[in-house]
Structures are given as C-alpha cells and as structure tokens.
Design a protein around this ligand. Structure first.
Ligand SMILES: [Zn+2]
Ligand SMILES: [Zn+2]
Length: 273
C-alpha cells in the first residue's frame, strides 16, 4: 500500500496522460494514494501560462476525488523546477496557492550556453571536463535552491546522470561531487525536508534509482529518515513503476515507513503493507 508522490498529467508540457486514467491504473496496482505534480519550470513562466495549467490540474484532481471517493487518496501538488531562473515567480507561486505537496527539482543547470534542460542536451561529444563542470553547477544550483525556496520534497537528486550515463553512456566521476551532495543532504535534514527516491528509470533487471543506493546510505548515515517514492510517470501505465522495488530497498535498510504530504503536512505510512 504505497503512495506515489510524483506524477504528471496532460497539464504538463511533456505528458498527455488523463488524470482519471492514472487513478484507474493506481487502483489496479493497489496504491494507497497519488500526488499529481505537474511541471512548473520557472524559466518558462513568461512563455507558458503555468498558473492556468496547474489550476486545470487542481480541477481535475477535485473531479477525480468525487468520482473515486474513498477508494484512494488523491492529492494536488507541483514540481517546482529551476526556481533560480525566476526567484520571485517561484516564491509567489508556492506561497499564493494551496498545495498538498511542493517538489523541488533542477532540470536545467545554469551553465552558460547550456541553459536548456539537460534532457535535451546531447552529452555524447562533450568533454569529460565539461560534464564534470556541468554536474558541479547542477549541485550548486540545487544547494542554493534548497536554501532559498519553500518546498517539501527534494526530487530526483543526481538526475542529470539519467541522461549523461544512461542515455549517452558517458562515465562520470560522481564521487568527486559527494562533498556537495553531502552538504545538500545535511541541509534538507536540517530543514526537515524529504528525500525522494525517483523510480522512473527502473526497468526489469535494472533497479536504478535517483538518487542511487550509495547516496541513500549517505543520507541515512547523516541522520536522514524521511523518504518519499515517486515514479515521475508521464503515462497512466507508469504510475506504479519501480515503487515496490524502492520500498524493498528501504526495508532492507531497516526503513519501514515512507512519507507523503497532505496540505503540506508530512504523513508517515507503513511500507510493510
Ligand atoms: Zn523532474
Ligand atoms: Zn517530474
């Protein structure tokens, strides 16, 4: 009986999923709850009517709550992306509206001439040194965002590796960045925020989480204990992808509770089912 705290619907630019189809799949998979967290990538706030989109998502959630009643918990949130590109907009959007949960993400590092989201950067021919610098900026941006903005869950920490390593097959020396990662983890522990285990890249026989097990261990060794699970799905079918695997990993480390948010309040639930 798990909660998925990170999903996208057609109110995100990169999804065409109907919210009610996601709920039907979630019920089929036996999930206890889903948080809908459409994109709010702040660098696009002038070219895309983000507020209109998430208000439509909120309406979709209310409609689904009426239809599905008490059979599953449905919650409304946002994925606040790249707030450093438009800090005032980011602060306003989190304070002026009510959400169940706010996710914090970096999708585009502030690297000169490479400000597009890393999902569309071709890393295949870039120098190792550049990739290292790119990652350094990603972690710097993440730390500054964690310190600056209001949020509940830190999403998909280290996710540029999904593209650099998994898509383009480039090797990185991520250990070089462990001190920066440790600083970020210490900061979210200090601020009582939650670390997401993002399961979007889990495939049969390939249990890849963002962040990975070593970083999960680092968080635990620093005293972190609050984890949310997020499939980061952009289709209805993907809503439960990898969640059980992530829950198993946590249980193998003695973590028996996950968290989700309602009205921005942290709620613990048992991972044991
Ligand atoms: Zn994201
Ligand atoms: Zn997402």
């Amino acid at each position: 009986m798990l909660y998925n705290c990170h999903t996208h619907t057609k109110r995100s630019h990169d999804s065409s999923a109907e919210l009610e189809d996601i709920v039907i799949e979630a019920l089929d998979a036996g999930l206890s709850g889903v948080v809908f967290t459409d994109h709010c990538d702040c660098e696009y706030h002038k070219s895309v009517d983000i507020i209109k989109q998430f208000k439509l998502c909120e309406k979709d959630v209310l409609r689904a709550k009426k239809r599905f009643g008490g059979s599953i918990e449905l919650m409304f949130g946002i994925e606040l992306g790249d707030p450093l590109y438009a800090p005032e907009f980011a602060s306003e959007i989190t304070s002026a509206h009510s959400y169940d949960a706010v996710l914090l993400s970096i999708h585009a590092s502030r690297v000169k001439n490479f400000e597009t989201p890393f999902s569309v950067i071709d890393f295949s021919k870039l120098e190792d040194e550049f990739i290292n610098l790119y990652l350094k900026q990603y972690f710097d941006d993440m730390l500054e965002s964690v310190k600056t903005f209001d949020f509940d869950i830190l999403s998909h920490l280290t996710v540029p590796l999904r593209y650099i390593e998994l898509v383009y097959g480039r090797k990185t020396d991520i250990k070089k960045h462990y001190p920066a990662i440790e600083t970020i983890l210490r900061e979210i522990i200090k601020r009582h925020k939650t670390l997401e285990i993002n399961t979007a890249s889990v495939e049969k026989g390939r249990e890849v989480f963002f962040p990975d097990e070593k970083i999960i261990d680092m968080y635990l060794s620093l005293g972190g204990k609050d984890f949310s699970l997020g499939s980061d799905s952009h289709t209805a079918k993907g809503v439960s992808k990898g969640l059980k695997e992530a829950a198993e990993l946590l249980k193998s480390k003695g973590i028996d509770e996950g968290v989700y948010y309602k009205n921005r309040k942290k709620i613990e639930y048992s991972l044991k089912g």
